[in-house]
Design a protein around this ligand. Structure first.
Ligand code: ZN
Length: 301
């Protein structure tokens, strides 16, 4: 069972970024290739596919998407948009960050829609990128898929009668993360600053930072309430209570790794020793406990 779990985790890791190395067939085995759609507010749909969670707004101004999954999900995404008038109605795409499981369909969508992101997303998508932890390399994206409009700290977009605050949270999951607050709907899309019920990946090679990541989660917790609909980058649709558990896990596991460092343990020895059993469930969703300890160790050592 443990071996099977490790294999499943490994396969998930391999499919995390663009240029997935799995064959379609294998990828289909592990994760669905259609979107499961849930209406979370009038005109707001939560779409779960293979990569990062997608949010769709429909209304008088047309369609707006936050993130767009892997490139291999393009036909599934076209089908999903087809139910709401099709790609021609799509006016705006927001990228929460550059990773390929969130931006894989930028090129397909960018010929008709305006793509919005933080400044650094355009910089990273314009050039070759590497995530050594997963041995992943990506090529520069075609011009059509690059963000058309970028911002540095914060911007507001009025669309479909919603007031969308797009805010940069520096050095968190990457160096170009946006969190999108639908202020009128009490809804927030957190991108990969929230992995619900699982250890998060933090791209410290590309500007991410555990301390700031944890602070970003705390900052969101401060401004939402028990009624807020919280969309994580990965995992099921969520709420404040689950985001709070995530924050407690970040603080608790960081403290345990810091203690092991203070005791003089190397990264390998810390990984072998492991964390308290109370965190066990967090290692079953996406990253193993060992990889998480490595990320924390590299962040705080
Ligand atoms: Zn990501």
């Amino acid at each position: 069972m443990k071996l099977l779990h490790s294999i499943v985790c490994y396969l998930l890791l391999l499919t995390l970024f663009s240029t997935p190395v799995l064959s379609e067939e294998h990828a289909h085995d592990s994760v669905s290739s259609t979107f499961v759609s849930t209406q979370v507010k009038p005109g707001i749909h939560f779409l779960q596919g293979k990569g990062g969670n997608v949010l769709l707004s429909t209304g008088k101004d047309g369609l707006l998407l936050i993130d767009n999954d892997y490139k291999e999900m393009s036909s599934a995404l076209s089908d999903a948009l087809g139910k709401f008038g099709g790609k021609e109605k799509l006016k705006v795409v927001i990228n929460t960050h550059w990773h390929g499981d969130h931006t894989g369909n930028n090129v397909m969508l960018g010929d008709t829609a305006q793509i919005i992101s933080h400044d650094n997303v355009r910089v990273r998508l314009s050039s070759a990128q590497e995530v050594k932890l997963f041995e992943m390399k990506t090529e520069p994206m075609d011009e059509a898929g690059l963000p058309d409009l970028t911002y540095s700290k914060r911007m507001t977009l009025y669309f479909n009668a919603h007031d969308l605050e797009i805010a940069h949270f520096p050095k968190s999951h990457t160096d170009g993360d946006s969190i999108i607050f639908f202020n009128d709907l009490n809804l927030v899309h957190m991108g990969d600053i929230f992995f619900n019920e699982m250890y998060p990946f933090i791209d410290i090679e590309n500007g991410g930072n555990l301390t700031h990541y944890t602070e970003s989660v705390a900052a969101v917790l401060k401004r939402i309430d028990e009624e807020t609909v919280v969309v994580p980058g990965h995992g099921k649709l969520s709420n404040k209570a689950e985001l709070k558990s995530f924050h407690e896990m970040l603080l608790g596991t960081t403290a345990e790794v810091q203690k092991m460092i203070a005791e003089g343990l190397s990264k390998e020895k810390a990984q072998k020793k492991g964390l308290s059993s109370k965190w066990e469930a967090w290692g079953k969703g996406f990253l193993s406990e060992s990889i998480w300890i490595g990320i924390v160790f590299d962040s705080v050592a």
